[in-house]
Design a protein around this ligand. Structure first.
Ligand SMILES: *[C@@H]1O[C@H](CO)[C@@H](O)[C@H](O)[C@H]1NC(C)=O
Ligand SMILES: *[C@@H]1O[C@H](CO)[C@@H](O)[C@H](O)[C@H]1NC(C)=O
Ligand SMILES: *[C@@H]1O[C@H](CO)[C@@H](O)[C@H](O)[C@H]1NC(C)=O
Ligand SMILES: *[C@@H]1O[C@H](CO)[C@@H](O)[C@H](O)[C@H]1NC(C)=O
Length: 352
């Protein structure tokens, strides 16, 4: 009898819960008015959004409200010092996390016999930052949402930063990621991510100078026909002589190279809500994201230090989501031995 009562009560409870869920879900769909709509219109204007159809816009509106609320909840935790980083609405806030992950497909595995022996380096400093220590002004690039090209952007930036350091140029001009997409991407550069292809192209072809972005503009799509056309204007490019590899998980080596002025390209799993909406602070990846990642984003490690606010060590990495994403285009990622940053890691090691 008692058992029966519990069962009925459980069922009633279930119906009640279902009713609540439908109410909430229904409320979610009835978003198309009031402050939510105003917020979405502001979002559309701020991020220059246009949608192909009314339906596409309604989906975008729905996901935007959902993501915006998630961001607000996360930041309420940050206000109470329960998380070390903050989130913000950005160019990805009108899509679902699963769509974001699909935009950034997993990199092909990279093993290279063409990598050179690493340069001789001094032991790592306790903290270092190539950008701020040299006072470089480096343009943050935006890879857009239609071409997964972080491999090309990260490689171009690493070469640009190394060249700036070695030629004592605090105001380097952006080097062309598009050239790497077109010339090293082999026609699939928007979906097959491999910095190794870019580094091999730059070091193995004698005439492969990496041109400035002004002469070989970034387009964020694969340009066919007319792929890999050197700029028509007279242009001075940067010639890379060699690159080196860092063994997976060898964060000590990453520190040493960065500390000696070599920006290091690393593969990172971006498929978390926290990364998608990251805004500031020291990012700590959710542990559930650590297994079997299906997405990749290549970042350039430019520095490392200790954050007093969160009491965490971090890596400072340059991303290619534009300068409105993260900390003016950069992300600080927690630096700890059980979450190593060194993965598919390479760095340009000598200029010609
Ligand atoms: C939106 O477009 C304007 C004008 O082209 C531009 O100045 C602004 O930077 C763009 N905003 C974003 C977030 O792309
Ligand atoms: C991205 O692709 C979509 C659909 O393929 C297209 O409608 C949109 O114009 C593209 N955006 C850019 C910036 O190329
Ligand atoms: C990208 O290249 C295509 C093909 O050459 C061209 O039609 C398009 O206007 C370019 N887009 C940008 C943003 O330069
Ligand atoms: C916030 O949390 C961190 C880590 O637990 C701690 O070291 C720090 O002192 C806290 N800050 C404040 C203002 O409570």
């Amino acid at each position: 009898m008692r058992h029966q009562f519990v069962r009925i009560s459980g069922f009633v409870m279930f119906k009640l819960l279902l009713g609540c869920f439908l109410l909430i879900a229904g409320g979610g769909w009835a978003f198309n008015h009031g402050q939510d709509l105003v917020d979405f219109q502001t979002y559309e204007t701020t991020f220059n959004k246009t949608y192909a159809s009314t339906s596409a816009r309604n989906f975008a509106n729905y996901y935007f409200i959902y993501n915006r609320n998630q961001v607000a909840q996360h930041n309420a935790q940050a206000d109470r010092n329960r998380t070390s980083y903050r989130e913000a609405v950005n160019q990805f806030s009108d899509i679902r996390l699963i769509q974001f992950a699909a935009l950034l497909p997993k990199a092909v595995s990279t093993v290279s016999s063409a990598a050179s022996d690493p340069p001789t380096t001094q032991t790592a400093a306790a903290s270092y930052d190539i950008i701020t220590d040299f006072g470089l002004t480096v343009t943050v690039e935006d890879q857009g949402v239609n071409c997964s090209s972080s491999w090309a952007y990260a490689t171009a930036k690493a070469v640009e930063i190394l060249n700036a350091v070695q030629t004592a140029n605090p105001l380097p001009s952006s080097l062309s990621a598009q050239q790497l997409l077109d010339c090293a991407g082999m026609g699939s550069g928007c979906s097959t991510q491999t910095p190794l292809a870019a580094l091999n192209y730059l070091t193995q072809l004698t005439d492969a100078y990496l041109y400035p972005e002004v002469d070989y503009p970034n387009n964020n799509t694969l340009k066919t026909p007319g792929m890999c056309q050197p700029p028509s204007s007279v242009s001075v490019g940067v010639k890379l002589a060699s690159y080196s590899a860092v063994a997976d998980n060898d964060d000590t080596a990453v520190m040493r190279y960065v500390s000696n002025g070599f920006p290091v390209i690393v593969e990172y799993n971006p498929a978390t809500f926290g990364f998608m909406q990251y805004s500031s602070g020291v990012y700590v990846q959710e542990t559930k994201a650590l297994t079997n990642p299906k997405s990749s984003q290549f970042l350039v490690v430019v520095g490392y230090d200790h954050d007093v606010d969160s009491n965490l060590d971090y890596w400072r990495c340059l991303n290619s989501f534009g300068e409105t994403w993260g900390e003016e285009g950069y992300i600080r990622i927690v630096r700890r031995s059980n979450q190593p940053i060194a993965k598919n890691a390479f760095f340009p090691s000598a200029l010609a």
